[in-house]
Design a protein around this ligand. Structure first.
Ligand code: SF4
Length: 474
């Protein structure tokens, strides 16, 4: 059957709800995306019904499965202006019916595109939060604060709750070319209306203080980065921003404000996700639900430790890398291969050891198609610590070897000096003996061959120490 002859064009009002209404019956009937073209109402396309008989159903009658994580992310992607987004969303939703783990498959073209659009919309949302500027106008009903802003994507609805929270007691309106939103403090609700052209926004800056106050309230001193500010808003626009008068004062106060912000921040921890039963199979199952920090959001899966449940020797690395993240196994990438070589030189059989990481999800930044390792923050290391402690309690190793600063900090606290303490047998409540040493990836990253050789010797010598310690006891 020729699918193009049967292809149906459906016009979608540019909202996620409209798309959802349109695809619900299609999905229930199991209609394959190849028979459907979902186009924006404003695209100029003409709606068409199936020319001949409807396409064969591929899943009619079966229960439709729509993961919540997909809905949350699709709501964001729907705000993108890319005309192909509706078809992409339906294709993914259709494919999710037979492959529930599809969204974890980074190498899939649809999933990669989904992530790209999501990233761009989130970035635009962030810009809108930062750069909307209100002006005061007097009305019969009193003061009214108005802003006109042109986002790259249709993010007004996503952004509105942020402003409602910030300016809960004021009457304000944000207009964009697509839509407007109005907040009435007495009603305590957002009302959406159609968009307006720029010329309808007030032109006089008769009350810039509000903007200054607002800027002070959202200014995040922990992230003051002039390069980032330049990239968000080109310098040529800076002179028009009243908040720049405020900036020097804010920068002076930044240090104190960082401390206050840190003390107010909810503490990240995996503690409530770690079950009371610390047996390895139970922990390994439970860790998939962990949301103890933000790292679960982008990684493919948590990577739990591997090895015998009663291993005498445990290695703790930093976090999974790209290969480990995809495969769900620790130390199988380049650093793992180097560790294998060094273990065999130190006469340690890796299969008799338990190998894990201090942080269980892969942290990275995307550069094109590549995922580049990023160091976990101290807060993320300590958030993940309950899993590590539970693993140690389950395995009860005689010797723990911390590979690198992250693992060492996780067990000994953030002031631990790796180069000062490496090569010693340390006392710890977690195991009879703990040895801290370098991470193999530090050797792989060294650009100076001489330095790399030195580091390799240090790591090998520490592994020999662990090996000798084990032999003494056996
Ligand atoms: S990194 Fe650790 S604490 Fe954070 S989500 Fe993953 S398992 Fe949980």
């Amino acid at each position: 059957m020729n699918s193009s002859a049967l292809r149906q064009t459906i016009l979608i009002e540019p909202t996620f709800e409209a798309w959802r209404e349109a695809v619900r019956p299609l999905l229930s009937a199991g209609i394959s995306p190849e028979f459907i073209d979902l186009a924006d109402t404003e695209s100029g396309a003409t709606e068409s019904l199936f020319a001949t008989e409807p396409p064969a159903s591929t899943g009619s009658g079966s229960q439709v499965h729509v993961p919540r994580s997909y809905i949350e992310r699709a709501t964001v992607v729907a705000c993108h202006r890319d005309a192909a987004r509706w078809n992409l969303l339906y294709r993914l939703l259709f494919r999710l019916q037979s492959d529930r783990n599809l969204l974890k498959l980074d190498i899939d073209d649809d999933v990669a595109e989904f992530r790209r659009l999501e990233h761009q919309v989130k970035r635009d949302l962030h810009k809108m939060h930062a750069f909307v500027r209100f002006r005061k106008i007097e009305t019969d009903a009193g003061e009214h604060f108005v802003a006109w802003y042109e986002p790259a994507h249709r993010v007004l609805e996503l952004a509105a709750s942020f402003f409602a929270e910030r300016f809960a007691v004021m009457q304000w309106t944000i207009m964009t070319p697509d839509a407007s939103v109005h907040w009435d403090p007495s009603e305590k609700q957002l009302a959406f209306a159609s968009g307006v052209a720029r010329e309808h926004a007030p032109k006089t800056d008769d009350f810039e203080d509000l903007w200054r106050t607002y800027y002070s309230s959202i200014f995040n001193p922990a992230r003051t980065n002039m390069n980032a500010m330049r990239s968000e808003m080109p310098v040529r626009y800076w002179k028009n921003l009243p908040e720049l008068h405020t900036l020097p004062k804010l920068l002076t106060e930044a240090e104190g404000r960082v401390e206050t912000m840190i003390s107010r921040q909810p503490k990240l921890t995996a503690a409530s996700f770690v079950p009371g039963d610390h047996s390895l199979p139970v922990l390994q199952e439970a860790i998939h639900a962990c949301q103890g920090c933000e790292l679960y959001r982008c990684a493919t899966q948590p990577v739990f430790g591997r090895g015998p449940a009663r291993a005498r020797l445990m290695f703790i690395g930093e976090q999974p890398g790209d290969e480990e993240d995809r495969a769900g196994e620790p130390f199988i990438g380049p650093a793992g291969r180097l560790l294998d070589t060094l273990l065999s030189e130190a006469d340690i059989d890796r299969s008799s050891t338990y190998v894990t990481n201090a942080v269980k999800h892969f942290k990275f930044t995307e550069r094109g198609k590549r995922r580049i390792h990023e160091n976990p923050r101290t807060s993320e290391i300590f958030a993940c610590r309950p899993w590590l402690v539970a693993e140690i309690e389950a395995v009860q190793p005689e010797i723990v070897v911390c590979l690198g600063a992250t693992a060492s900090k996780s067990l000994f606290g953030s002031n631990f000096g790796l180069m000062r303490e490496r090569g010693k047998v340390l006392a710890s409540p977690y195991a009879e003996r703990v040895i801290a040493t370098l991470h193999p990836s530090a050797i792989l990253r060294a650009t100076d061959p001489e330095r790399a050789d030195q580091m390799r010797s240090m790591l090998l010598s520490d592994l020999n120490l662990a090996s000798a310690s084990l032999s003494l006891r056996s």
